[in-house]
Structures are given as structure tokens and as C-alpha cells.
Design a protein around this ligand. Structure first.
Ligand SMILES: NC(=O)c1ccc[n+]([C@@H]2O[C@H](COP(=O)([O-])OP(=O)(O)OC[C@H]3O[C@@H](n4cnc5c(N)ncnc54)[C@H](O)[C@@H]3O)[C@@H](O)[C@H]2O)c1
Length: 337
């Protein structure tokens, strides 16, 4: 049994907690949030994705409002960090130095220097570190990766990714709308597409971005053209949509012999259009990426194997690309990588 300490019980912490109930070899043995009211699990933590029913067994969990006290008392194998992004580096480093493996939510940190320190301490302590870049585990996106890698439809000609969301309103003290704490949509929301683009196509040679500054500073909208020598790749991240608009994720990939269309606003979210054969909707696992990423990390902890799908280095590289996009949008010119 892998014992987990879950830290930060807002939107994502509650999401993770609901998922742990489905993973058989995991036991929650500590829950920590600096706000006592967040430890009351009967209340919702908000968010732009529905949190599943809370059936997870927390009967063995000790409750903490002080993170350092929790680390000192121990009684768990890894720490799952769902706190605000500005705490990711310090909380990860403290846990690693205290002798625990760490699953830390995305984005890895606010700067590459912070991310490098997290990686360095993970190596020095020999403790595992992964980041919640969940799209690499999300069945729709995993299927696309399989199709691209198999070369079934030939070479990719163009790929367009987007993520549109209503403006987040749930975060504690509205930290998410303070760019200094979250990086605004250009980092917080858009990092998902930045990371999946690296996963599919590797690191681009440069980025050319344009953004719209929104409340709290930083970019609430960002559009980017990625520089690849053999294909055109673009993306958009935007959380300036009205509150009645749903979170929508899209990916439209045109290949020599087919088109892959992911659009979560459609009932068949993933459709493949084959040259000369018509279209089909791949059968996908009903569990989501949060389930697979957490299950996978629990297995890493149990077997002492380094994560291979999301490595701390891959998450650091995605952060570097997203930060280059922000720089490009600010300077209004291309940034080379
Ligand atoms: N993977 C995804 O799809 C996804 C989606 C949403 C958020 N996130 C990430 O998850 C993280 C948390 O976001 P959220 O939306 O859940 O925020 P949130 O504000 O809803 O929750 C954060 C929680 O951390 C607690 N907290 C703050 N300081 C603390 C401290 N010192 N010690 C212990 N607890 C503390 C807060 O009280 C709050 O309950 C962010 O990094 C965000 O980017 C990831």
C-alpha cells in the first residue's frame, strides 16, 4: 500500500482526492491545508471541471494546517502538492529534503530557476519528482500520440491546439488571477497545450506569440506560432470567456492521409478522418488523465522506478517554452529556443 499526504484541498486537491478512491493500492494518511475550512470535505472546492463523487476513504488520514509539522510527523510515502503555483518550488524542495517523493501539480514552477532547483534536489536526495502534466495521460491525447507515432496517416502538415475557459473564480483569495502567483492563463492554462506539443513534436526552435493583458497582470489570452522546420504548429490559451462558456479543449491535426480532430464541445470528442475511408471515433478508456497520472506515480513510488511519461526535465522544458511565449508576447518579437 502506498501512503499519500495530500496538500492543498481546493479545486485540484479535491479532484485528486476523489480519484484516489479509485486506485486500489493507495491510502490517504495525511491531509493538509492552511485553511481549516478547506479540510471540511463536505464542501465543494469549485473549479472548471466537475469533481467526481467523494467516496475516498479518509478514515486513516491525520489532518494538518501546518505543512512543516506534517512533514516532521511523517507517516506517508509521497506528498501530492495541489497548492498554488507560487508554493510549488518551496513545498517540493521541503518534501524532497524531508525524504519524500513528490507529485506536484502543473505548472512545475514560475521560473526555470525554480524548476532547476527542484530537479537538483530530487537528484541529490534520490527522491522521485513528477509534475501533473496530465494531458500525457489523458486517453484522447494518448490515442493521438499513438496515431502520430505509428505514422499511419503519414507526415503531419499542420497542428492547431486550443484551450478556452471561463475566467477562474474559485481559487482561494483569487490567487490564480494574480500573475505573480500563477503566470495568468499564458502559464496556468496554456501550459497544458505547450506540454502536449512537446510530447508530440519535441522542442520547437522558437516561438512567436501575441497576448492580451488581463486583470491581475500577465496574459489572459496567448496565441503562438511554434517554429518547426517541417510543419506548422499553432496554439491558443484563453480564460477570458464568459462564465456561461464551458472549458473547451481542441486539437486539429492535418496529416498527409488523414485528419485528427479533438473537440471536447462535440459529443464524439475525438474523430479521425481517413483518406478514402471515411471517419471513425476511437474507443477510449472511460477514466481520465488525472486517474492515470496518479495511478502511474503511485506505481513509480511502489517500484522505485523513475517516471518516464512526465519527467521533471520534460515539465521544466515545457515551462521554459511557455515562459519564452510570454517573453515573445511582451517584446512583440520571435524568441529563439
Ligand atoms: N492539472 C490540472 O488540470 C489543474 C487544474 C486546476 C489547477 N491546477 C493546479 O493546481 C494547483 C492548485 O490550484 P487550485 O485551482 O486547486 O487552487 P485552489 O485555490 O482551489 O486550492 C489551493 C489550496 O491550497 C491551500 N493552501 C494555500 N496555501 C497553503 C499552505 N501554505 N499550506 C497548505 N495549503 C495551502 C489553499 O487553502 C487552497 O485550499 C495550481 O498549481 C494549479 O495550476 C491543475
Amino acid at each position: 500500500m502506498v501512503r499519500v499526504a495530500l496538500v492543498g484541498l481546493g479545486f485540484m486537491g479535491r479532484m485528486h482526492l476523489s480519484i484516489y478512491g479509485k486506485i486500489s493500492n493507495v491510502q490517504i494518511t495525511a491531509l493538509c491545508d492552511s485553511r481549516e475550512e478547506s479540510l471540511d470535505l463536505s464542501k465543494s472546492g469549485g473549479g472548471n471541471i466537475e469533481v467526481g463523487e467523494m467516496t475516498t476513504d479518509v478514515s486513516k488520514a491525520r489532518l494538518f494546517t501546518d505543512y512543516k509539522k506534517m512533514l516532521a510527523e511523517g507517516g506517508f510515502d509521497y506528498v501530492d502538492l495541489c497548492v498554488q503555483t507560487s508554493l510549488h518550488k518551496d513545498f517540493s524542495v521541503m518534501a524532497l529534503k524531508a525524504g519524500y517523493d513528490v507529485f506536484c501539480e502543473k505548472p512545475m514552477a514560475l521560473t526555470t530557476e525554480e524548476a532547476d532547483e527542484m530537479i537538483k534536489v530530487s537528484k541529490e536526495t534520490g527522491k522521485l519528482l513528477t509534475i501533473g502534466q496530465c494531458l500525457r495521460f489523458w486517453p484522447m491525447y494518448v490515442k493521438i500520440k499513438e496515431l502520430l507515432d505509428s505514422k499511419t496517416y503519414g507526415k503531419v502538415i499542420s497542428a492547431e491546439f486550443s484551450r478556452y475557459s471561463p475566467t477562474p473564480t474559485w481559487s482561494v483569495n483569487n490567487w490564480i488571477m494574480d500573475s505573480r502567483l500563477s503566470g495568468n492563463a499564458a502559464l496556468d492554462l496554456h501550459i497544458h497545450d505547450v506540454d502536449i506539443i512537446q510530447f508530440y513534436f519535441g522542442k520547437p526552435q522558437g516561438v512567436n506569440s501575441s497576448g492580451e493583458v488581463s486583470a491581475g497582470g500577465g496574459f489572459g489570452h496567448i496565441s503562438t506560432i511554434y517554429d518547426y522546420p517541417d510543419k506548422t504548429v499553432t496554439s491558443v490559451g484563453n480564460w477570458l470567456c464568459s462564465d456561461s462558456f464551458p472549458l473547451i479543449m481542441r486539437a486539429l491535426i492535418v496529416l498527409e492521409n488523414g485528419v485528427i480532430n479533438l473537440d471536447t464541445s462535440q459529443s464524439d470528442a475525438l474523430t479521425v478522418y481517413e483518406n478514402g475511408k471515411g471517419k471513425f471515433t476511437p474507443v477510449l478508456d472511460s477514466e481520465d488523465g488525472y486517474y492515470f497520472e496518479l495511478k502511474s506515480f503511485a506505481q513509480n513510488v511502489e517500484t522505485r522506478k523513475e517516471p518516464t511519461v512526465v519527467t521533471s526535465e520534460s515539465a521544466r522544458d515545457s515551462l521554459a517554452v511557455a515562459l519564452a511565449e510570454i517573453e515573445s508576447a511582451k517584446m512583440k518579437k520571435k524568441v529563439s529556443l
